[in-house]
Design a protein around this ligand. Structure first.
Ligand SMILES: [Zn+2]
Length: 214
């Protein structure tokens, strides 16, 4: 991404508004942000007893980082990665914020019902996530997202609706031509290994932090 011109970056973002035309530079930038901006925060958060979920907000024009955050449920069980990121965003001076209708929102894991609502109420028109609700349950031993959707709401959520469109990053990668597809799948596999390690740390130490749904 660093070799791309701002024009290319803008183009990447614009193309990604259309799900049928995905730019590998855009997806690569989202993975960069997860790896270099979110994961370091999450390592510290998990070491302090928090879950491994994180999020970031990027400018639409040059895909630069506005803010990244990680789960902070040990302080408040509502500080999921996404909600905590939005909290920090609104704590920024107004001139450092961006128009949420245009901004890029990336979540490491598919947002839960709380975070879907938070993304809606803060005006985003799309978001991208790396790992699915099923991954959270099966690979990361966090079944609460799907249980809450089933028990409270009677099922799933609408991925395209009047407010926003939900994008799975692996699904976007599947649409890309080779060799980009294979390279980006490899990067995702590397991040999955990183998150497996973070999950082992969290699961090994949970229970004492007072998180209601741990
Ligand atoms: Zn959440």
């Amino acid at each position: 991404m660093s070799n791309d011109t701002p024009v290319t970056k803008v183009r990447a973002r614009r193309l990604c508004h259309d799900r049928s035309m995905v730019d590998s530079a855009f997806v690569s930038r989202l993975l960069d942000v997860v790896e270099h901006d979110v994961v370091p925060l999450t390592r510290a958060g998990v070491a302090a007893g928090n879950k491994l979920f994180g999020a970031a907000i990027l400018r639409a024009d040059d895909l630069s980082l506005v803010v990244a955050e990680t789960n902070n449920e040990t302080e408040n069980p509502l500080w999921h990665g996404e909600v905590h990121c939005l909290k920090r965003f609104y704590e920024l001076p107004a001139e450092r914020r961006v128009d949420t209708r245009e901004a890029v929102f990336v979540a490491t894991h598919e947002p839960c019902s709380l975070c879907l609502s938070a993304i809606t109420w803060t005006g985003f028109t799309s978001f991208h996530y790396l790992f699915s609700h099923e991954d959270s349950r099966d690979a990361f031993a966090i079944p609460h997202d799907l249980r809450i959707l089933d028990e409270v709401f009677g099922g799933g959520y609408r991925r395209e609706n009047a407010f926003w469109t939900s994008h799975s990053i692996p699904a976007l990668v599947d649409e890309l031509p080779e060799p980009d597809r294979a390279a980006l799948r490899e990067r995702i596999a590397g991040l999955a290994t990183t998150y497996d390690q973070l999950s082992a740390t969290y699961q090994g130490g949970k229970g004492a932090a007072g998180i209601p749904l741990d």
